[in-house]
Ligand binder design. Structure first.
Ligand code: PEP
Ligand code: MN
Length: 352
């Protein structure tokens, strides 16, 4: 349930309302919309009488939220969430660029990639340290030793670092080395892991499960949000379909759909969505035009020698050409984002 309160309500009126609600044992999540204040209610509402709430001065409406997700819903929080990672703003008007190897393989490899990103002005360095592989016989990641390599390379070139966390015990191991915890597609519904990440103060990038519905994706985000961590970034990385010419199918629809129903930023991952270097550029650009808040792409100095996902990693020349194409439309995308963002926020505000 959300309570729409007029912005002209006085502090005293708001306090009376809050005290009344808190006495009923529910939790409050407040957010400022363009013209209204929203008080979202979480918890057992059977003691709450809608008419009693409406009677408070300043209360305009009480609206039930039908969706199972609440904190992830745009009705709870009409303005876009912007996640700030050491000054890089994910969800703001400029799309965020993340790149790096599928797996960190050596100190030399990650340093050469970080240097390449820094030359291109890429914002965030990715690199898997603990790898979720479909086969137990495949390379499982370099492990702990790679954490200091990626941290130092990132710090040297002023690039925040994102890496995947696969289990609860890795949270403490990784905490001092990375800036964003990535939750992989295979762990999207590892609810105990999501709860534990919800208790940390670092941004979490949650990748969509291979066959997850939008509602399931947002409920997984809700596990993180409801444990107190509001810095959630979604990532569309393709879903399983009957299509056999690509590794997965990028669900382009989900990008504007997420924008309609949620305030959380969403990143497009063309590498895992396609599994093929020749499709990375068009799919990245399509994702951005559809409204993605940025991209995450795999690059490697020698993809043919990569220990994982060689077929989808761009070499430096391919990355350079991708960035040239992106730069051709970057200003138009930024303009489009500005106009779409204010439209969506205004529409939600009007509908309340
Ligand atoms: C990855 O980004 O390294 C990865 C394993 O992706 P996903 O979880 O989307 O398969
Ligand atoms: Mn990969």
């Amino acid at each position: 349930m959300i309570i729409v309160v007029s912005k002209s309500a006085s502090e005293k009126e708001l306090k009376n309302l809050r005290d009344f609600l808190l006495n009923k044992g529910v939790q409050l999540h407040e957010s400022d919309g363009i013209s209204k204040r929203i008080i979202g209610i979480i918890g057992d509402k059977h003691n709450l009488d809608k008419d009693a709430i409406i009677a408070f001065p300043g209360v305009e409406k009480v609206i039930p939220i039908m969706e199972a997700y609440k904190l992830a819903s745009r009705k709870f929080h009409p303005a876009n969430t912007i996640v700030d990672v050491k000054g890089v703003k994910i969800g703001d008007t400029e799309p965020v660029q993340m790149a790096g190897p599928c797996s960190v393989e050596s100190e030399e490899q990650i340093w050469s990639i970080a240097e390449e990103l820094s030359k291109k002005g890429t914002h965030i360095l990715r690199g898997g340290i603990f790898k979720p592989r479909s086969s137990p016989y495949s390379f499982q990641g370099i492990g702990k030793v790679g954490l200091s390599w990626i941290k130092e390379a990132g710090a040297h070139y002023n690039l925040p670092v994102i890496s995947e966390v696969m289990e609860i015990k890795q949270i403490d191991i990784m905490y001092d080395y990375i800036d964003i915890f990535q939750v992989g597609a295979r762990n999207m519904q590892n609810f105990r892991l999501l709860e534990a990440l919800g208790k940390t103060d670092k941004p979490i990038m949650l990748k969509r499960g291979i066959s997850a519905k939008l509602s399931e994706f947002l409920m997984s985000a809700e596990y993180i949000l409801s444990n107190g961590n509001e810095k959630v970034i979604l990532c569309e990385r393709g879903i399983r379909t009957f299509v056999e010419y690509t590794r997965n199918t990028l669900d382009i629809n989900v990008i504007p759909m997420v924008k309609n129903v949620s305030h959380l930023p969403i990143i497009v991952d063309p590498s895992h969505a396609t599994g093929r270097t020749d499709l990375i550029v068009p799919i990245t650009l399509a994702g951005l035009v559809a409204g993605a808040d940025g991209f995450i792409v795999e690059i490697h100095p020698k993809p043919q020698e990569a220990l994982s996902d060689g077929a989808q990693q761009l070499n430096f020349a391919q990355f350079d050409s991708m960035m040239n194409e992106y730069n051709m439309i970057k200003d138009s995308i930024t303009m489009l984002r500005k106009s779409n963002q204010s439209k969506i926020e205004q529409d939600v505000s009007d509908s309340l």
